[in-house]
Design a protein around this ligand. Structure first.
Ligand code: DCT
Ligand code: MG
Length: 401
Protein backbone atom coordinates (compact mmCIF):
# COMPACT_ATOMS: atom_id res chain seq x y z
CA UNK A 1 0.00 0.00 0.00
CA UNK A 2 1.20 3.47 -0.76
CA UNK A 3 -0.06 5.64 2.01
CA UNK A 4 2.47 8.39 1.65
CA UNK A 5 1.68 10.33 -1.46
CA UNK A 6 3.61 13.08 -3.14
CA UNK A 7 1.29 16.07 -2.86
CA UNK A 8 -0.07 15.33 0.58
CA UNK A 9 0.09 18.48 2.63
CA UNK A 10 1.91 18.00 5.91
CA UNK A 11 -0.74 18.85 8.43
CA UNK A 12 -0.10 20.14 11.89
CA UNK A 13 -1.31 23.70 11.56
CA UNK A 14 -5.00 24.49 11.99
CA UNK A 15 -5.34 25.85 8.50
CA UNK A 16 -8.82 24.53 7.79
CA UNK A 17 -12.02 24.16 9.70
CA UNK A 18 -13.32 20.78 10.81
CA UNK A 19 -15.56 18.80 8.54
CA UNK A 20 -19.27 19.40 8.65
CA UNK A 21 -21.63 16.48 8.27
CA UNK A 22 -18.94 13.98 7.41
CA UNK A 23 -17.41 16.03 4.60
CA UNK A 24 -13.70 16.31 5.07
CA UNK A 25 -11.81 19.47 4.13
CA UNK A 26 -10.36 19.21 0.67
CA UNK A 27 -6.91 19.92 2.02
CA UNK A 28 -7.02 16.54 3.78
CA UNK A 29 -8.54 14.48 1.06
CA UNK A 30 -6.93 15.85 -2.05
CA UNK A 31 -3.92 13.66 -2.28
CA UNK A 32 -3.71 10.78 -4.65
CA UNK A 33 -5.41 7.78 -3.10
CA UNK A 34 -3.33 4.73 -2.32
CA UNK A 35 -2.99 2.49 -5.32
CA UNK A 36 -2.90 -0.96 -3.78
CA UNK A 37 -5.29 -0.66 -0.85
CA UNK A 38 -7.29 -3.60 -2.16
CA UNK A 39 -4.40 -5.66 -0.81
CA UNK A 40 -5.12 -4.71 2.77
CA UNK A 41 -7.39 -7.39 4.18
CA UNK A 42 -10.04 -6.88 6.84
CA UNK A 43 -8.50 -9.94 8.54
CA UNK A 44 -5.34 -9.42 10.62
CA UNK A 45 -4.23 -12.97 9.75
CA UNK A 46 -4.01 -11.88 6.09
CA UNK A 47 -1.83 -8.89 6.99
CA UNK A 48 1.76 -8.82 8.19
CA UNK A 49 2.28 -6.54 11.15
CA UNK A 50 5.73 -6.09 12.66
CA UNK A 51 6.52 -4.20 15.87
CA UNK A 52 7.40 -1.17 13.72
CA UNK A 53 4.28 0.99 13.91
CA UNK A 54 4.40 4.03 11.62
CA UNK A 55 1.02 5.27 12.78
CA UNK A 56 1.41 5.31 16.54
CA UNK A 57 -0.04 8.83 16.81
CA UNK A 58 -3.35 7.39 15.60
CA UNK A 59 -3.24 3.89 17.08
CA UNK A 60 -2.47 5.04 20.64
CA UNK A 61 -5.54 7.27 20.55
CA UNK A 62 -7.76 4.62 18.94
CA UNK A 63 -6.71 2.02 21.50
CA UNK A 64 -7.47 4.39 24.33
CA UNK A 65 -10.92 4.99 22.84
CA UNK A 66 -11.37 1.23 22.56
CA UNK A 67 -10.50 0.82 26.22
CA UNK A 68 -13.00 3.52 27.15
CA UNK A 69 -15.70 1.74 25.11
CA UNK A 70 -14.79 -1.47 26.94
CA UNK A 71 -15.32 0.24 30.29
CA UNK A 72 -18.70 1.41 29.02
CA UNK A 73 -19.50 -2.11 27.84
CA UNK A 74 -19.90 -0.84 24.28
CA UNK A 75 -18.65 -3.96 22.53
CA UNK A 76 -19.31 -2.78 18.97
CA UNK A 77 -17.40 0.52 19.17
CA UNK A 78 -14.64 -1.17 21.18
CA UNK A 79 -14.04 -3.77 18.49
CA UNK A 80 -14.33 -1.14 15.74
CA UNK A 81 -11.60 1.04 17.30
CA UNK A 82 -9.37 -1.99 17.88
CA UNK A 83 -9.81 -3.18 14.30
CA UNK A 84 -9.06 0.29 12.95
CA UNK A 85 -5.90 0.56 15.05
CA UNK A 86 -4.84 -2.88 13.87
CA UNK A 87 -5.23 -1.98 10.17
CA UNK A 88 -3.17 1.21 10.66
CA UNK A 89 -0.43 -0.75 12.45
CA UNK A 90 0.01 -2.93 9.37
CA UNK A 91 0.69 -0.01 7.00
CA UNK A 92 4.25 0.30 5.68
CA UNK A 93 4.39 4.06 6.25
CA UNK A 94 2.77 6.95 8.06
CA UNK A 95 -0.60 8.33 6.98
CA UNK A 96 -0.31 12.06 6.26
CA UNK A 97 -3.73 12.79 4.80
CA UNK A 98 -7.18 11.27 4.79
CA UNK A 99 -6.98 10.58 1.07
CA UNK A 100 -4.31 8.02 1.83
CA UNK A 101 -6.68 5.83 3.83
CA UNK A 102 -9.39 5.69 1.21
CA UNK A 103 -10.41 2.15 0.53
CA UNK A 104 -8.75 0.70 3.61
CA UNK A 105 -11.00 -1.72 5.51
CA UNK A 106 -12.30 -1.27 9.08
CA UNK A 107 -11.96 2.52 9.19
CA UNK A 108 -15.42 3.81 10.10
CA UNK A 109 -16.74 7.34 10.42
CA UNK A 110 -15.77 7.71 14.09
CA UNK A 111 -12.24 6.56 13.40
CA UNK A 112 -11.92 8.89 10.42
CA UNK A 113 -13.17 11.83 12.49
CA UNK A 114 -10.54 11.07 15.15
CA UNK A 115 -7.82 10.78 12.52
CA UNK A 116 -8.92 14.05 10.99
CA UNK A 117 -8.56 15.83 14.33
CA UNK A 118 -5.08 14.44 14.74
CA UNK A 119 -4.11 15.39 11.20
CA UNK A 120 -5.31 18.96 11.58
CA UNK A 121 -4.52 19.80 15.18
CA UNK A 122 -1.88 17.24 16.04
CA UNK A 123 -4.10 16.03 18.89
CA UNK A 124 -7.47 14.41 19.51
CA UNK A 125 -10.01 16.37 21.52
CA UNK A 126 -12.17 13.29 21.76
CA UNK A 127 -9.47 11.30 23.54
CA UNK A 128 -8.59 14.26 25.75
CA UNK A 129 -12.21 14.39 26.86
CA UNK A 130 -12.05 10.68 27.71
CA UNK A 131 -8.74 11.07 29.53
CA UNK A 132 -10.11 13.81 31.74
CA UNK A 133 -13.20 11.79 32.63
CA UNK A 134 -13.19 10.86 36.31
CA UNK A 135 -14.72 7.42 35.78
CA UNK A 136 -12.30 6.52 32.99
CA UNK A 137 -9.33 7.60 35.12
CA UNK A 138 -10.51 5.55 38.09
CA UNK A 139 -11.29 2.41 36.06
CA UNK A 140 -7.95 2.60 34.26
CA UNK A 141 -6.13 2.96 37.55
CA UNK A 142 -8.02 0.16 39.32
CA UNK A 143 -7.71 -2.32 36.44
CA UNK A 144 -3.97 -1.68 36.38
CA UNK A 145 -3.80 -3.74 39.58
CA UNK A 146 -3.14 -7.47 38.99
CA UNK A 147 -6.35 -9.36 39.79
CA UNK A 148 -8.71 -6.41 39.31
CA UNK A 149 -11.05 -6.63 36.29
CA UNK A 150 -13.54 -4.07 34.96
CA UNK A 151 -16.39 -5.39 37.16
CA UNK A 152 -14.51 -4.94 40.44
CA UNK A 153 -13.16 -1.60 39.28
CA UNK A 154 -16.68 -0.40 38.52
CA UNK A 155 -17.89 -1.57 41.93
CA UNK A 156 -15.16 0.40 43.67
CA UNK A 157 -15.86 3.46 41.55
CA UNK A 158 -19.55 3.31 42.45
CA UNK A 159 -18.63 3.28 46.12
CA UNK A 160 -16.98 6.64 45.55
CA UNK A 161 -13.40 5.37 45.62
CA UNK A 162 -10.96 7.15 43.34
CA UNK A 163 -7.41 6.22 44.31
CA UNK A 164 -5.48 3.08 45.25
CA UNK A 165 -4.81 4.61 48.66
CA UNK A 166 -8.55 4.98 49.27
CA UNK A 167 -9.12 1.33 48.39
CA UNK A 168 -6.46 0.13 50.79
CA UNK A 169 -7.87 2.38 53.52
CA UNK A 170 -11.47 1.19 53.05
CA UNK A 171 -12.16 -1.39 55.78
CA UNK A 172 -15.19 -2.91 54.04
CA UNK A 173 -13.27 -3.96 50.95
CA UNK A 174 -12.20 -7.59 50.98
CA UNK A 175 -9.31 -8.08 48.60
CA UNK A 176 -8.75 -11.61 47.34
CA UNK A 177 -5.31 -13.23 47.42
CA UNK A 178 -4.46 -12.23 43.84
CA UNK A 179 -5.45 -8.60 44.45
CA UNK A 180 -3.44 -8.49 47.67
CA UNK A 181 -0.38 -9.62 45.68
CA UNK A 182 -1.32 -7.06 43.00
CA UNK A 183 -1.19 -4.24 45.56
CA UNK A 184 1.87 -5.59 47.33
CA UNK A 185 3.97 -5.67 44.14
CA UNK A 186 2.13 -2.88 42.33
CA UNK A 187 5.15 -0.68 41.67
CA UNK A 188 7.22 -3.49 40.17
CA UNK A 189 4.60 -5.23 38.09
CA UNK A 190 3.18 -2.03 36.62
CA UNK A 191 6.66 -1.36 35.24
CA UNK A 192 7.30 -2.84 31.78
CA UNK A 193 9.32 -6.05 31.57
CA UNK A 194 12.28 -5.81 29.17
CA UNK A 195 13.44 -8.43 26.68
CA UNK A 196 16.60 -8.91 28.75
CA UNK A 197 14.50 -9.62 31.84
CA UNK A 198 12.31 -12.02 29.84
CA UNK A 199 15.41 -13.89 28.65
CA UNK A 200 16.75 -14.13 32.20
CA UNK A 201 13.43 -15.58 33.36
CA UNK A 202 13.47 -18.03 30.51
CA UNK A 203 16.86 -19.34 31.65
CA UNK A 204 15.67 -19.67 35.24
CA UNK A 205 12.48 -21.54 34.35
CA UNK A 206 14.20 -23.71 31.75
CA UNK A 207 16.88 -24.71 34.23
CA UNK A 208 14.22 -25.48 36.82
CA UNK A 209 12.12 -27.55 34.40
CA UNK A 210 15.17 -29.45 33.11
CA UNK A 211 16.29 -30.20 36.63
CA UNK A 212 12.95 -31.97 37.12
CA UNK A 213 12.52 -33.42 33.61
CA UNK A 214 15.55 -33.13 31.30
CA UNK A 215 13.46 -33.61 28.16
CA UNK A 216 10.80 -31.01 29.05
CA UNK A 217 10.12 -28.35 26.43
CA UNK A 218 9.82 -24.68 27.32
CA UNK A 219 8.76 -22.01 24.81
CA UNK A 220 8.60 -18.27 25.23
CA UNK A 221 5.25 -17.02 23.88
CA UNK A 222 3.18 -13.80 24.08
CA UNK A 223 4.58 -10.45 23.00
CA UNK A 224 8.23 -11.44 23.44
CA UNK A 225 7.85 -14.25 20.89
CA UNK A 226 6.49 -11.61 18.53
CA UNK A 227 9.72 -9.63 18.95
CA UNK A 228 8.44 -6.96 21.30
CA UNK A 229 11.07 -5.13 23.36
CA UNK A 230 8.76 -4.73 26.37
CA UNK A 231 5.75 -6.49 27.83
CA UNK A 232 3.47 -6.44 30.87
CA UNK A 233 4.33 -10.05 31.71
CA UNK A 234 6.30 -13.02 30.36
CA UNK A 235 4.34 -15.95 28.91
CA UNK A 236 5.64 -19.52 28.58
CA UNK A 237 4.40 -22.91 27.39
CA UNK A 238 5.74 -25.99 29.09
CA UNK A 239 5.23 -29.53 27.84
CA UNK A 240 6.75 -33.01 27.56
CA UNK A 241 7.53 -34.90 24.33
CA UNK A 242 5.39 -37.84 25.45
CA UNK A 243 1.62 -37.53 25.97
CA UNK A 244 0.53 -37.56 29.60
CA UNK A 245 4.06 -37.05 30.93
CA UNK A 246 3.30 -33.33 31.44
CA UNK A 247 0.93 -34.24 34.29
CA UNK A 248 2.35 -33.08 37.60
CA UNK A 249 5.28 -31.29 35.95
CA UNK A 250 3.96 -27.77 36.49
CA UNK A 251 3.33 -28.35 40.20
CA UNK A 252 6.86 -29.65 40.60
CA UNK A 253 8.26 -26.62 38.79
CA UNK A 254 6.28 -24.36 41.13
CA UNK A 255 7.61 -26.24 44.19
CA UNK A 256 11.14 -25.91 42.93
CA UNK A 257 10.74 -22.16 42.29
CA UNK A 258 9.44 -21.86 45.86
CA UNK A 259 12.46 -23.81 47.19
CA UNK A 260 14.74 -21.41 45.33
CA UNK A 261 13.06 -18.54 47.18
CA UNK A 262 11.92 -16.74 44.03
CA UNK A 263 8.20 -17.55 44.10
CA UNK A 264 6.44 -14.43 45.39
CA UNK A 265 2.92 -15.42 44.35
CA UNK A 266 1.27 -18.38 42.63
CA UNK A 267 -2.23 -19.10 41.48
CA UNK A 268 -2.42 -22.60 40.02
CA UNK A 269 -5.32 -23.86 37.88
CA UNK A 270 -5.66 -27.53 37.11
CA UNK A 271 -6.51 -28.75 33.62
CA UNK A 272 -10.20 -28.75 32.69
CA UNK A 273 -9.71 -29.86 29.09
CA UNK A 274 -12.74 -31.80 27.90
CA UNK A 275 -12.31 -32.62 24.20
CA UNK A 276 -16.02 -33.39 23.86
CA UNK A 277 -16.82 -29.73 24.47
CA UNK A 278 -14.18 -28.35 22.12
CA UNK A 279 -13.53 -26.13 20.36
CA UNK A 280 -15.21 -23.48 22.44
CA UNK A 281 -16.78 -20.57 20.63
CA UNK A 282 -15.63 -17.63 22.69
CA UNK A 283 -12.12 -16.33 22.28
CA UNK A 284 -12.08 -14.33 25.48
CA UNK A 285 -12.88 -17.45 27.48
CA UNK A 286 -9.69 -18.70 29.10
CA UNK A 287 -8.45 -21.98 27.71
CA UNK A 288 -8.66 -25.16 29.76
CA UNK A 289 -4.99 -26.09 30.04
CA UNK A 290 -3.27 -26.49 33.36
CA UNK A 291 -1.59 -23.16 34.08
CA UNK A 292 -0.29 -20.85 36.75
CA UNK A 293 -0.15 -17.10 37.18
CA UNK A 294 3.02 -16.21 39.01
CA UNK A 295 4.92 -13.31 40.43
CA UNK A 296 8.62 -14.14 40.48
CA UNK A 297 11.55 -12.42 42.08
CA UNK A 298 14.21 -11.61 39.51
CA UNK A 299 17.66 -10.72 40.81
CA UNK A 300 19.52 -8.02 38.92
CA UNK A 301 22.63 -10.16 38.97
CA UNK A 302 20.82 -12.76 36.86
CA UNK A 303 20.51 -10.32 34.00
CA UNK A 304 22.92 -9.81 31.13
CA UNK A 305 25.48 -7.12 31.86
CA UNK A 306 24.21 -4.48 29.42
CA UNK A 307 20.99 -3.84 31.28
CA UNK A 308 22.57 -4.04 34.72
CA UNK A 309 25.09 -1.35 33.84
CA UNK A 310 22.47 1.23 32.92
CA UNK A 311 21.01 1.23 36.40
CA UNK A 312 22.03 3.51 39.19
CA UNK A 313 23.21 1.07 41.87
CA UNK A 314 22.30 3.45 44.67
CA UNK A 315 18.69 3.57 43.55
CA UNK A 316 18.11 -0.15 43.10
CA UNK A 317 17.28 -2.74 45.74
CA UNK A 318 18.85 -5.45 43.61
CA UNK A 319 15.73 -7.30 42.46
CA UNK A 320 12.30 -6.78 40.96
CA UNK A 321 9.00 -8.64 40.89
CA UNK A 322 7.78 -9.85 37.48
CA UNK A 323 4.46 -11.34 36.33
CA UNK A 324 4.89 -14.71 34.62
CA UNK A 325 2.27 -17.01 33.05
CA UNK A 326 3.12 -20.69 32.64
CA UNK A 327 0.79 -22.87 30.57
CA UNK A 328 1.18 -26.66 30.36
CA UNK A 329 -0.72 -28.22 27.43
CA UNK A 330 -0.36 -31.90 26.51
CA UNK A 331 1.97 -32.27 23.54
CA UNK A 332 -0.83 -33.15 21.06
CA UNK A 333 -2.41 -29.72 21.78
CA UNK A 334 0.93 -27.90 21.77
CA UNK A 335 0.70 -26.30 18.30
CA UNK A 336 -2.76 -24.86 19.03
CA UNK A 337 -1.66 -23.59 22.44
CA UNK A 338 1.47 -22.01 20.94
CA UNK A 339 -0.52 -20.28 18.20
CA UNK A 340 -3.10 -19.04 20.72
CA UNK A 341 -0.64 -17.82 23.35
CA UNK A 342 1.61 -16.08 20.85
CA UNK A 343 -1.14 -13.54 20.07
CA UNK A 344 -1.58 -10.72 19.49
CA UNK A 345 -5.12 -10.75 20.79
CA UNK A 346 -6.31 -9.01 17.62
CA UNK A 347 -4.43 -11.49 15.45
CA UNK A 348 -6.04 -14.42 17.32
CA UNK A 349 -9.48 -12.84 17.15
CA UNK A 350 -9.23 -12.47 13.39
CA UNK A 351 -7.75 -15.92 12.90
CA UNK A 352 -10.82 -17.38 14.59
CA UNK A 353 -13.18 -15.09 12.71
CA UNK A 354 -11.49 -16.01 9.42
CA UNK A 355 -11.74 -19.73 10.26
CA UNK A 356 -15.44 -19.42 11.09
CA UNK A 357 -16.58 -17.05 8.34
CA UNK A 358 -14.37 -18.03 5.44
CA UNK A 359 -13.70 -21.71 6.09
CA UNK A 360 -16.59 -23.02 8.19
CA UNK A 361 -14.07 -24.07 10.83
CA UNK A 362 -13.83 -23.50 14.53
CA UNK A 363 -10.44 -22.61 16.03
CA UNK A 364 -9.37 -22.08 19.63
CA UNK A 365 -6.32 -22.68 21.85
CA UNK A 366 -7.03 -26.44 21.91
CA UNK A 367 -8.16 -27.53 18.46
CA UNK A 368 -9.33 -26.84 14.91
CA UNK A 369 -12.67 -28.32 13.93
CA UNK A 370 -14.02 -28.60 10.39
CA UNK A 371 -17.78 -28.13 10.70
CA UNK A 372 -18.52 -29.39 7.18
CA UNK A 373 -16.46 -32.55 7.45
CA UNK A 374 -17.37 -32.85 11.14
CA UNK A 375 -13.83 -33.69 12.19
CA UNK A 376 -10.91 -32.32 14.19
CA UNK A 377 -7.86 -31.44 12.10
CA UNK A 378 -4.59 -32.57 13.68
CA UNK A 379 -1.52 -30.33 13.83
CA UNK A 380 1.97 -30.71 15.21
CA UNK A 381 3.13 -27.22 14.21
CA UNK A 382 1.69 -23.76 13.67
CA UNK A 383 2.45 -24.22 9.96
CA UNK A 384 0.02 -27.19 9.91
CA UNK A 385 -2.76 -24.98 11.30
CA UNK A 386 -2.20 -22.19 8.76
CA UNK A 387 -2.17 -24.85 6.01
CA UNK A 388 -5.49 -26.35 7.20
CA UNK A 389 -6.96 -22.85 7.06
CA UNK A 390 -5.59 -22.29 3.57
CA UNK A 391 -3.54 -19.35 4.81
CA UNK A 392 0.02 -18.35 4.02
CA UNK A 393 2.18 -18.83 7.10
CA UNK A 394 2.60 -15.66 9.16
CA UNK A 395 5.78 -15.55 11.27
CA UNK A 396 5.35 -14.70 14.97
CA UNK A 397 7.10 -11.34 14.48
CA UNK A 398 4.50 -10.50 11.80
CA UNK A 399 1.57 -11.08 14.16
CA UNK A 400 1.68 -7.76 16.02
CA UNK A 401 -1.78 -6.83 14.77
N1 DCT B 1 -4.33 -15.25 25.41
C1 DCT B 1 -5.23 -16.27 25.23
N2 DCT B 1 -6.23 -16.44 26.12
C2 DCT B 1 -6.33 -15.60 27.17
C3 DCT B 1 -5.40 -14.58 27.37
C4 DCT B 1 -4.39 -14.43 26.45
O1 DCT B 1 -5.14 -17.03 24.29
N3 DCT B 1 -7.35 -15.75 27.99
C5 DCT B 1 -3.28 -15.08 24.42
C6 DCT B 1 -3.36 -13.83 23.61
C7 DCT B 1 -2.04 -13.16 23.76
C8 DCT B 1 -1.20 -14.09 24.60
O2 DCT B 1 -2.08 -15.07 25.11
C9 DCT B 1 -0.48 -13.42 25.72
O3 DCT B 1 -1.35 -12.60 26.48
P1 DCT B 1 -0.82 -11.24 27.08
O4 DCT B 1 0.37 -11.48 27.92
O5 DCT B 1 -1.96 -10.57 27.74
O6 DCT B 1 -0.48 -10.42 25.78
P2 DCT B 1 0.91 -10.03 25.14
O7 DCT B 1 0.67 -9.95 23.69
O8 DCT B 1 1.99 -10.94 25.62
O9 DCT B 1 1.11 -8.57 25.68
P3 DCT B 1 2.14 -8.05 26.79
O10 DCT B 1 3.37 -7.75 26.03
O11 DCT B 1 1.53 -6.81 27.34
O12 DCT B 1 2.31 -9.09 27.81
MG1 MG C 1 2.44 -11.22 27.67
Amino acid sequence: VTVETSHCIPVREPVVSLSVGGHFPAILTECSPPTADANVSQYACLRRTTTENHNKIFTDVLEELAENSEFNESKGPCLAFRRAASVLKSLPSAVHCLGAIQGLPCLGEHTKAVMEEILIFGRSFKVEEVQSDERYQALKLFTSVFGVGPKTAEKWYRRGLRSLKEILAEPNIQLNRMQRAGFLYYRDISKAVSKTEAKALRSIIEETAHWIAPDSILALTGGFRRGKEYGHDVDFLLTMPEMGKEEGLLLRVIDRLRDQGILLYCEHQGSTVDMSKLPSRRFEAMDHFEKCFLILRLEEGQMERDEGLQKDPGESRGWRAVRVDLVAPPVDRYAFALLGWTGSRQFERDLRRFARKERGMCLDNHALYDKTKKLFLPATSEEDIFAHLGLEYVEPWQRNA
